[in-house]
Design a protein around this ligand. Structure first.
Ligand SMILES: O=C(O)c1ccc(O)c(O)c1
Ligand SMILES: [Mg+2]
Length: 630
């Protein structure tokens, strides 16, 4: 599989772009002409720079407004093309992209366009150059790859071929299977981009909101399957115009891009038989069976506070690590680990972030296959020395420098709690509150990072994403999107903060990085849980009474039921499937909190409609504690 990415997709000057692109593992680059024009080295030097990075120039682009021009513009266009062919020769580029004409003076006419391309093909051939014709979705007369193909077919020139771009095809809702009728050897180049499903002007959508395959909502897999079915085995290139990426980290955007191509082609390989593009082998996306544990890094003092909090939530201390200062707290099927050991990764995490979730354990069908897939997709393996009595549990690095461990049903990993922990004697009643499992983990990050982690989770695990929702914090917007599997045994919400005055933004800036900001536990009976929590001395977050008046107005609730919600501080929501109940703890430290939820009748969401009121209540609580007003 030969990969490339357009320089326009990556931030920085040409030198920075090339370094990031090479480091991420790409074979080639599309030199975007403006990136070259803005750079102050000669075409020859740029060509050398590209090759010194171990890359090749896969494409030079774009050449605009060429076909179907009236005279005298037509002659000028040909002269302009010749100048660019000279430039390409100096640079060492042999394929140029001609995008369909958008000029108001263009004449149209399919044979006129074919004749122009054929004549240009003769010129190009003299310089050993090939030309690829691409239909822009907003082209004046040609805006559909089927018409572009007809023009290329009629041009009937060995140096003239078609360039396909998933955005232009999919944004116009053109059936990608129409590509299956095109001969693969006439497809000179393939550009790939995804995009979120927005209803907007095609040009604006394309120039600002494209993203990596798998990050958006377009059927790039269906598109690429059709391309692969033609027998095409050339370069797969990312051409991503995205405002965020232009200002993002060159290195991580390039890494995401490479991961997106591997993920895409793995999907294509599994669904489209007999493709000619060689794709690296890796295990399939991994089904997750649940969250096996969540581990906090803390110091002893804060571990005491955390244990007290867990006790009021109905957890009990269930085990002590055989060789380390680590405790296991349990309730229902939930395992919470508190790590205060003054050595190792958890300690390092505590030193840099304070008390935080440093590690998540996921239960998967096959832990080593999971790590193999993750590694092929560019994830970093995590290892640290294994202490006495400890198992070697496969793990990778994840959000904010945290770690994800994988356990499966293999004989040792399934017995990790028995092997690594000694039971502790329970004295007295435990005050179990009926919490059964982790409903979801909420991870907070900068908005810029959301697509990276969305792709990370979706490419490794068998999960889907939900639509993005806006959460209103009094100090700004937080975007929220969930990653979940079919049976809901894995649900992770990704919350992207745009500024540091939001509760989410404050959590990131004060904790020195992204991480789990809240853990939601599931109960089967929220009112029973509330009673147990009260008996344990738990104080829930206080919600404004105004919220309950509106609830009544919206849903027309029974008076007793409404009063129960209000008196307990429970937030309520409904969708077409069922009902959702949410109870919150106040915030701890720099904004960490717990949530308790009950889902009735298959409610699918996360109570997005309530988030604004919960955040306002948490900020009131923050101020009441004398934390800086926000
Ligand atoms: O936005 C554009 O003009 C543009 C230019 C070249 C391309 O390959 C493309 O897909 C879009
Ligand atoms: Mg394109």
């Amino acid at each position: 599989m030969k990969t490339a990415i357009a320089t326009v997709s990556i931030a920085g000057d040409l030198a920075e772009k090339l370094s990031a692109i090479a480091a991420a593992g790409f074979d080639g680059v599309e030199i975007f002409e403006n990136d070259f024009l803005a750079f102050d080295r000669s075409p020859k030097d740029v060509g050398q720079m590209v090759r010194d990075h171990g890359l090749e120039i896969s494409l030079f682009q774009p050449f605009r407004d060429f076909e179907g021009m009236p005279e005298p513009q037509r002659s000028r266009t040909f002269a302009r093309a010749e100048r660019k062919f000279d430039l390409m020769q100096e640079m060492g580029a042999d394929l140029v992209l001609i995008c369909s004409n958008v000029s108001p003076i263009a004449l149209g006419g399919i044979d006129r366009a074919a004749d122009d391309l054929s004549e240009l093909g003769d010129l190009a051939a003299r310089s050993g150059i090939r030309i690829g014709y691409e239909a822009l979705a907003w082209g004046r007369f040609v805006n559909d790859h089927r018409d572009a193909w007809e023009i290329v077919r009629r041009a009937d020139h060995p140096n003239v071929g078609l360039i396909l771009d998933s955005f232009h095809t999919l944004s116009r809702k053109i059936d990608p299977d129409s590509i299956r009728a095109i001969p693969g050897d006439k497809i000179f180049f393939v550009q790939l981009a995804d995009a979120p499903n927005f209803n907007m002007d095609l040009l604006y959508w394309s120039r600002h909101f494209r993203n990596m395959p798998g990050e958006g909502d377009l059927d790039v897999t269906g598109f690429m399957r059709a391309v692969a079915a033609t027998g095409y085995d050339g370069v797969l290139s990312l051409e991503i115009f995205n405002d965020q990426f232009r200002g993002g980290s060159p290195k991580s955007i390039a890494v995401d891009g490479y991961r997106s191509l591997l993920y895409l082609m793995d999907q294509v390989r599994r669904t489209e038989p007999g493709i000619r593009i060689p794709v690296p082998e890796m295990p399939d996306r991994v089904p997750v069976a649940g969250i096996e544990f969540v581990e906090f890094a803390a110091d002893r003092k804060e571990a005491t506070d955390l244990s007290a909090m867990l006790t009021t939530l109905g957890f009990h201390k269930a085990g002590k690590h055989v060789s380390k200062e680590v405790e296991l707290w349990r309730q229902g099927g939930i395992n919470i680990v508190i790590n205060t050991d003054p050595r190792g990764f958890a300690h390092a995490s505590y030193i840099s972030h304070g008390t935080n979730v440093c590690d998540i354990g996921l239960k998967v069908a096959d832990a080593s296959a999971t790590v193999a897939r993750a590694e092929t997709l560019g994830a970093k393996i995590f290892e640290q020395p294994v202490g006495p009595g400890e198992l070697k549990i496969p793990a990778i690095r994840a959000l904010g420098g945290s770690v994800i461990h994988f356990v499966d049903d293999s004989k040792d990993l399934s017995r990790v709690w028995e092997i690594e922990f000694e039971p502790v004697d329970q004295d007295g009643a435990t005050g179990d509150a009926g919490l059964l499992r982790i409903d979801h983990l909420a991870e907070t990050m900068n908005y810029d990072e959301m697509l990276t982690w969305l792709l990370f989770y979706r490419s490794i695990f068998d999960t889907e994403k939900t639509a993005m929702v806006d959460v209103i914090d009094p100090a700004g917007l937080v975007r929220s999107q969930a990653i979940e599997n079919d049976d809901g045994s894995l649900r992770i919400t990704l919350n992207g903060a745009e500024n540091r005055r939001t509760l989410a933004g404050h959590f990131i800036s004060e904790g020195f990085g992204s991480g789990v900001q809240h853990i939601a536990f599931e109960t089967a009976d929220i009112f029973k849980t509330v009673k147990a929590l009260q008996a344990n001395g738990f104080t829930p977050l206080v919600i404004s009474p105004n919220y309950y008046d509106d609830l009544d107005a919206r849903f027309g609730l029974e008076e007793d039921f409404l009063n129960d919600l209000k008196n307990s501080g429970i937030l309520y929501d409904r969708d077409e499937n069922g009902e959702y109940f949410q109870l919150y703890s106040p915030t701890y430290g720099e904004g960490f909190f717990f949530e308790i939820v009950e889902r009735r009748g298959g409610y699918k969401g996360y109570g997005a409609a309530n988030a604004q009121f919960r955040i306002a209540a948490q900020k009131r609580h923050f101020r009441a504690k004398g934390m800086p007003a926000r």
